[in-house]
Design a protein. Structure first.
Length: 201
């Protein structure tokens, strides 16, 4: 009876976890930069008699789909997308986090921020501040460089900090589309092997 109850409980826990993951995917279908996830499971067979085995199920992990979604043209010159793998680095009240969300704007202080208002960090771990100066344009280069144009003069503010996780499960979902390190002592490594695509059409 105990074995039967344990098996039933294991299946219920797995189903509950799977429903949670699916519900999270559906809730974030329109969240810029969100990566869908799927739960993975493994079946265990336990011998309880010479000719009898019982099956139980265990949740192994939640796997994130790292493939790039469709690029949408927005008309905003500050909107970008990473080609291939990689994550932008942002500063939040909970610390440094990572995102694929490339929909940016300037806040009231002239800082480049995400759609949720979190400052985008440069490769020197500092926010990219344009200030309140009168500008002709803000230019985001394919190499991650951020420049400001004043008339015919172009001044480089810095270069985006784009990181790569060493392992597929190195980042965990925080508040979508934000990700945080699964192990706080093992932050993702900065990467120079990336390029950006503008979404400004």
């Amino acid at each position: 009876m105990e074995n039967t109850s344990s098996i039933a409980l294991s299946r219920q826990m797995v189903m509950h976890r799977q429903i949670d993951v699916i519900a999270n995917n559906l809730a974030n279908m329109t969240t810029p930069g969100f990566k869908s996830e799927r739960a993975t499971f493994e079946e265990y067979l336990v011998a309880v008699a010479p000719l009898e085995k019982l099956s139980s199920v265990q949740n192994l992990a939640v796997v994130r789909d790292h493939s790039r979604g469709a690029l949408e043209r927005t008309g905003n010159p500050m909107d970008v997308a990473i080609n291939g793998k990689g994550y932008f680095t942002v500063r939040t009240p909970q610390g440094t986090m990572y995102t694929r969300d490339g929909g940016w704007h300037l806040d009231s202080d002239g800082t480049i921020v995400t759609s949720d208002g979190f400052p985008i960090l440069s490769d020197s771990d500092q926010p990219l501040v344009v200030g309140d100066e009168q500008l002709s344009a803000i230019v985001v280069g394919r190499d991650g460089s951020i420049s400001i144009a004043k008339g015919t003069n172009l001044t480089t503010l810095g270069r985006l900090k784009v990181v790569m996780s060493e392992t597929a499960d190195g980042l965990r979902s925080a508040a979508p589309p934000l990700l945080s390190p699964a192990d706080p002592a093992a932050a993702p490594s900065p990467s120079a092997l990336f390029s950006l695509s503008p979404a400004s059409a």
